[in-house]
Design a protein around this ligand. Structure first.
Ligand code: ADP
Ligand code: MG
Length: 257
């Protein structure tokens, strides 16, 4: 009998997995369903979704209000659990983890950006950007330098000490982008990140996210209802009534320097 060392067995992907072209998938959603249950009501927000996102891709999830975009993003971000189906993040089956394990997984693998920025009002831009490092006990000088670098890259080098109320919406969202990137996560999940911004600030924020994402090899999944925002990504997944309606490659656009 040929002896194969155990670690080798664990890293050999199955033939099905390879055949399906999933070897590069950093996010894998398999037959996921989400039913919200309250007293006597049940609502099927995600009916049956399977999709994957490859390493380094910039994908938008687009669809009308109520189509299940936020629900799907929250499930991918392990902020909520599917009623059925499985989600793999960087090859890890998230259904095998409890709350503590999932929170560690999120800290290491995922940066979140929300429509309402979610900055801490009494902390400065720099402190907000370093928040994930403090949670992880990593706020040493190197990582604080990284936060400063990211903020400077986003044109906020002179505003490190400003509180969120002293910053415009676009600037606050740029602080939130720095916060999402500071841990060097392989994945960024953004839910309508430009939903509260005027079109000029939105354009700036999206281009910065795109450029920093590319420079750092980050995979970005961005939820939007805006076709213009979707046109800036490489691929768009259209949701309708909790199902994927279509999944299309977007025209390649140049990243502004
Ligand atoms: P989108 O982000 O595309 O606007 P959502 O994912 O927020 O859509 O919601 C999808 C559907 O699920 C909507 O009909 C919404 O009302 C419903 N829904 C979302 N969250 C909950 C919840 N916590 N409880 C019950 N229903 C919910
Ligand atoms: Mg939403």
């Amino acid at each position: 009998m040929i002896k194969v060392p155990l670690p080798l067995i664990l890293i050999i992907p199955s033939v099905d997995f390879m055949a399906a072209g999933l070897a590069n998938a950093i996010i894998r959603v398999e037959h996921v369903k989400k039913i919200y249950k309250s007293k006597d009501l049940e609502y099927e927000a995600i009916r049956d979704i399977s999709m994957h996102v490859n390493k380094g891709e910039f994908v938008t999830i687009i669809g009308p209000s109520g189509s299940g975009k936020t629900t799907l993003l929250d499930l991918i971000g392990t902020l909520d659990t599917p009623t059925n189906g499985r989600i793999f993040i960087d090859g890890i089956d998230t259904s095998k983890f409890g709350d503590d394990g999932l929170s560690q997984l999120r800290n290491r693998k995922i940066g979140f950006i929300f429509q309402s920025y979610n900055l801490v009002p009494y902390l400065s831009a720099l402190q907000n950007a370093t928040l994930p490092l403090m949670v992880d006990g990593l706020d040493n000088s190197d990582t604080i330098e990284r936060a400063k670098f990211l903020l400077s890259e986003m044109g906020l080098g002179q505003k490190l000490e400003k509180k969120p109320t002293e910053l415009s919406g676009g600037e606050q969202q740029r602080v939130a982008i720095a916060r999402a990137l500071v841990n060097n996560p392989p994945i960024i999940l953004a839910d309508e990140p430009t939903g509260n911004l005027d079109s000029k600030s939105a354009e700036i924020v999206l281009n910065m996210l795109k450029r920093l994402g590319k420079n750092n090899g980050v995979t970005i999944v961005l939820v939007t209802h805006d076709p213009h925002v979707a046109s800036l990504s490489e691929r768009s997944i259209y949701l309708k009534d909790g199902l994927v309606e279509k999944d299309t490659k977007t025209r390649k656009t140049k990243v502004r320097k």
